[in-house]
Design a protein around this ligand. Structure first.
Ligand code: BGC
Length: 448
């Protein structure tokens, strides 16, 4: 059973919806810079420049959230809108934009959850070495201080980082997200290490400057490890794969363990090829006790105990359905993540993202009858409810995403939204799933 004060929300991120990329003194983010070279990096030459034009339509968007019945909204701040030089003067216009948005949300009875860093790093700081610069944690600390000073009188929930896992792996190792680097593992380690230091400094900055009691956490990317069978052995194999890793650089528990346990799992460092040097004292700074654990989960891997006693990845059955991202749909991902992560880190949990991209065509009346999304939401919430019944302290769920938006290197080709966006006219239309989700919220999930 979902409690009466369970937080029902939807999420977005600045680079994916705002547009207005050069309005009011805002400077470029690394994704805007990549957009300028869109032919090379982003599907269909799409750009971040207009996105959903939320920068102009934010009032209408809050009205739509209210119409759906959302209780909470997770959005991110564009660092280079708020502090165009990255570490200097605060932009009055940037501050006003977010301040007005927060006021409108509160007026509409919607709790704001602010993400500080959702991948759109200021290009001006990237030009100074970005996260490879040893000053970068300080720049983030300053940014977090400003955010807290400006907004913590009204906002109680802050998320320092969104998915450092994807940001670091895709942005610095594989080179398929901004800044599109393919660095050697030792160099990527440094980036990740600086981000972890920044996370801790940001955490304390928000707390120390807060004007009321606030809750601060991170939103991690955690693809679930789903036991192939219910056997004890397979459950153990799934946990081992999630927490001990092996061979997979900065994924899974890499960041979570550093933050919440103050350690890098030995296996994971080994997977970087050995020879990693860092100051062990840094771990005392990096280890913090967040107020909650946020995780974004869309799918998972099936894991069984192999004959050699090591976890083994198994194929999905031929009946498995796949999303437009080609991610296997298996609703147990929320159940196992909530269970395993609560067991290991023992913190209140928010599902900071879960959702589905579908290939969908509106009918002649411009309606999107996205029954598959409805079933995705329903089955994933039921799976989450099962974990809650078994004791996981889950406090909220944010559907990704409120509206169709800029899906990073995929451009606008993947639609995750509860709201359809026409990217020529910016017209918004509630999909059938938005109405469904509204009903779920209205009865706290009793109709699932
Ligand atoms: C990110 C979102 C992204 C979503 C779907 C998460 O990795 O936080 O920004 O749009 O998943 O790919």
């Amino acid at each position: 059973m979902f409690s009466k004060n369970f937080v029902w929300g939807a999420a977005t991120a600045a680079a994916q919806i705002e547009g207005g990329y050069n309005e009011g003194g805002r400077t470029l983010s690394v994704w805007d810079r990549a957009s300028q070279y869109s032919g090379d990096y982003i599907q269909q030459h799409n750009t971040t420049f207009c996105a959903c034009n939320h920068f102009e339509r934010w009032k209408e968007d809050v009205a739509l959230m209210k119409q759906i019945g959302l209780k909470a909204y997770r959005f991110s701040i564009s660092w280079s809108r708020l502090i165009p030089s990255g570490d200097g003067e605060v932009s009055a216009q940037g501050a006003k934009f977010y301040s007005d948005l927060i006021d409108e949300l509160l007026k509409s009875g919607i709790e704001p959850f602010i993400t500080l860093f959702h991948w759109d790093y200021p290009q001006v700081l990237q030009d100074r070495g970005g996260w490879q610069n040893s000053q970068s944690p300080k720049w983030f600390e300053r940014y977090a201080t400003v955010v807290s000073q400006l907004f913590s009188d009204r906002v109680k929930f802050f998320i320092t980082l969104n998915e450092p896992e994807v940001y670091v792996n895709d942005g610095y190792l594989y080179g398929d997200h901004a800044p599109f680097y393919k660095l050697p593992a030792e160099e990527v380690f440094k980036v990740a290490h600086n981000i972890l230091k920044a996370n801790a400094l940001g955490f304390y900055a928000i707390k120390n400057h807060a004007k009321q009691s606030v809750q601060v956490g991170q939103a991690h990317c955690v693809g679930a490890k789903i036991p192939y069978t219910d056997s004890e052995q397979d459950v153990l194999a799934a946990k081992t794969a999630l927490f001990e890793g092996g061979g997979i650089h900065f994924w899974d528990s890499y960041f979570m363990d550093a933050i919440m346990r103050g350690e890098y799992v030995a296996n994971r460092l080994l997977s970087l090829g050995g020879g990693i040097e860092y100051n062990k004292d840094d771990m005392k700074l990096i280890q913090i006790k967040p107020d909650f654990l946020g995780f974004n989960t869309y799918t998972g891997d099936l894991i069984k105990m192999g004959d050699n006693g090591a976890p083994q990845k198994m194929p999905f059955s031929s009946n498995t359905d796949y999303t437009a991202m080609n991610w296997a749909i298996d609703s147990r991902c929320l159940y196992y993540n909530a269970k395993f992560l609560f067991e290991r880190y023992n913190l209140p949990i928010y599902i900071t993202e879960n959702g589905v991209a579908l290939s969908e065509i509106p009918n002649m009346k411009n309606e999107v009858n996205d029954d598959t999304r409805i079933e995705y939401i329903r089955s994933h919430l039921l799976s989450l409810e099962k974990a809650i019944k078994e004791g996981a302290d889950v406090r909220g769920y944010f559907y990704w995403s409120l509206m169709d938006n800029f899906e990073w290197a995929h451009g606008y080709s993947k639609r995750f939204g509860l709201i359809r966006v026409n990217f020529d006219t910016f017209e918004r239309t509630l999909k059938k799933s938005a109405h469904y989700y509204g009903k779920v919220i209205a009865c706290s999930g009793e109709n699932l």
